[in-house]
Design a protein around this ligand. Structure first.
Ligand code: FES
Length: 273
């Protein structure tokens, strides 16, 4: 929606109110641990910003830049990233083409995917040989399936959650049912009234968020990020209160809540939904 709006409706000279950058997907350039930036498709864009930040601020943080794409026809910023690496001796670039064309010869480093096997067999040993230990932080950005598969691979491999940062293009996968928000402040069970739909549902901790409760019972509220960022799921609350495991990044309007990350805090919650 945002991209289409910008392309179709915003012209040079337009003035837009914007928020400053926020979220958890950012590179701490002062951290000495190597950073492995792994992307596919247009997921390369935040990685470029991270690599540029290191160069701009003269950071000595070692970077491994791994990018997967079908072939040269779909490869954005190929030369831009190489130019950054030429100026930053701490940055190494690996381009992986899954279906290279004959004219791509010499434009990529190896054939295959930017997947967990490549990280384990090529990148990790290289980090170990350069740094002495295989420890690193991993930054993932790309299509939801790409990100989810790498995320699962890294976790299975034993990489700690604190070492993994990720962002997907497109709606995030539905998270697994979550534990109760907390023993304090969250109702053990609750009644959630969806006033516009005429449904009253029983909530318990295993039901997850209010959005998940609604979906499991045949309702289809709008959503996009499912992470409390985009405000797509925002709806007015007529009675009761909602609790969040962590304060959401997106700020709902007064009198409204984000049901994608919210759970009932009071025994009865009435939503205008
Ligand atoms: S779906 Fe994005 S904030 Fe809830």
């Amino acid at each position: 929606m945002a991209s289409n709006f910008l392309h179709d409706r915003v012209a040079e000279g337009a003035i837009l109110p914007v928020k400053p950058p926020s979220g958890r997907f950012f590179l701490n350039i002062s951290q000495p641990l190597p950073a492995v930036l792994i992307s596919n498709g247009v997921g390369i864009t935040p990685m470029m910003a991270m690599a540029k930040a290191c160069l701009l601020h003269g950071a000595s943080r070692p970077l491994w830049f791994v990018h997967g794409v079908r072939n040269g026809e779909y490869h954005a910023f190929r030369t831009d990233v190489l130019a950054l690496a030429q100026q930053n001796p701490q940055m190494r670039v690996y381009y992986r083409y899954s279906q290279p064309r004959s004219q791509d010869e010499g434009q990529y480093h190896s054939q295959g995917y930017a997947d967990i096997d490549f990280i384990k067999t090529v990148i990790a040993p290289e980090i170990e040989s350069v740094q002495g230990v295989p420890d690193a932080e991993y930054f993932l950005c790309g299509s939801p399936t790409f990100t989810e598969s790498l995320l699962a691979g890294l976790r299975e491999w034993g990489v700690s959650e604190s070492r993994i940062f990720f962002e997907s293009f497109g709606p995030a996968a539905k998270p697994a049912p979550t534990a109760p928000v907390s023993s304090d402040g969250t109702a053990p069970t609750a009644e959630v009234v969806f006033s516009q739909s005429g449904k009253t549902l029983s909530w318990h901790p295993e039901a997850g968020t209010i959005l998940e409760l609604a979906e499991a019972n045949g309702l289809n509220p709008p959503y996009s990020c499912r992470q409390g960022i985009c405000l797509t799921c925002m709806c007015a609350i007529a009675a009761g209160e909602v609790a969040y495991e962590e304060p959401p990044i997106g700020e709902p309007d007064p009198g409204s809540v984000l049901i994608c990350v919210g759970k009932p805090k009071t025994p009865r919650v009435v939503l205008n939904l």
